[in-house]
Design a protein around this ligand. Structure first.
Ligand SMILES: Nc1ncnc2c1ncn2[C@@H]1O[C@H](COP(=O)(O)OP(=O)(O)OP(=O)(O)O)[C@@H](O)[C@H]1O
Length: 228
């Protein structure tokens, strides 16, 4: 699946990531770290929105380091940015159809998403801007899934979502991984991230300070690694 090897990346003259490697996993890889550690920058390098100045991005056995984001999406990567992005003036259904239009099995995929996410079915005709944070996050994930990705890249999917809904989003992510989707997950809820992840990486100030197998590590050790 996705593997990132020795990545340096940043913005103009500002260097953010230094020598960051992310291991490959057919299941969930979690990236943990405090605000500003470089997690979003890493995801943007994974999908191709920023070009690393050093290192290699491998996907499905191919070097995709120099591929544009749309070419990576065609190969099976999907990216859900922070902030539950969708078109607020369009309804839930229209947001889904916009992605599905022109796809061979678009109609089936929309129906599948309404099946998988009951809240989206319930609010199919509601404007996306009027959905709750949790519902908007589900819509953003559903839109990504319509493209039938092999890898879903999620940036803080539970951020700003009320605690009762966080569990739903978490269950969705674990369910997707169980169905065979690979997930690269940036997450603030360390407990959940470690439970869901087969592998995890801790970033601090743009460097990897710890990595290992999820589920086997003490949360306190991860907390310690988040501070340099
Ligand atoms: N467009 C940009 N131009 C310049 N610097 C940026 C830009 N975006 C982010 N940075 C800087 O890069 C560093 C890492 O930011 P990044 O968003 O990757 O961190 P993060 O771990 O995702 O944090 P958060 O949890 O707050 O989103 C920060 O110092 C940030 O100020």
């Amino acid at each position: 699946m996705l593997e990132m090897i020795d990545i340096d990346a940043g913005y103009g003259q500002t260097s953010v990531l230094q020598g960051v490697s992310i291991p490959s996993s057919p299941k969930v890889v979690a990236v943990l770290g405090h605000n500003g550690a470089g997690k979003t920058t890493l995801l943007r390098a994974a999908i191709g929105l920023i070009r690393p100045t050093r290192g290699i991005v491998m996907f499905d056995g191919d070097d995709v380091t120099h591929l544009a984001p749309n070419r990576r999406v065609k190969r099976g990567m999907a990216y859900v940015a922070q902030g539950q992005q969708s078109f607020g003036q369009l309804t839930t259904m229209e947001n889904l159809q916009l992605v599905a239009d022109g796809r061979r099995n678009g109609k089936e995929k929309v129906a599948e998403m309404l099946e998988r996410f009951p809240a989206l079915r319930q609010f199919a005709t509601r404007k996306a801007g009027l959905l709750s944070g949790g519902q908007r996050q589900q819509l953003a994930i559903a839109r990504a899934l319509i493209t039938e990705p092999k890898l879903l890249i999620l940036d803080e999917p539970t951020e700003g979502i009320q605690p009762t809904i966080v569990a739903e989003i978490e269950a969705t992510i674990i369910g997707l991984a169980q169905d065979g989707l690979s997930v690269l997950l940036v997450e603030q809820h360390i407990g959940f991230a470690l439970e869901a992840a087969e592998k995890y990486v801790v970033l601090a100030s743009g460097r990897v300070t710890q990595s290992g197998e999820g589920g086997t590590v003490a949360m306190s050790a991860v907390h310690d690694a988040m501070v340099i």
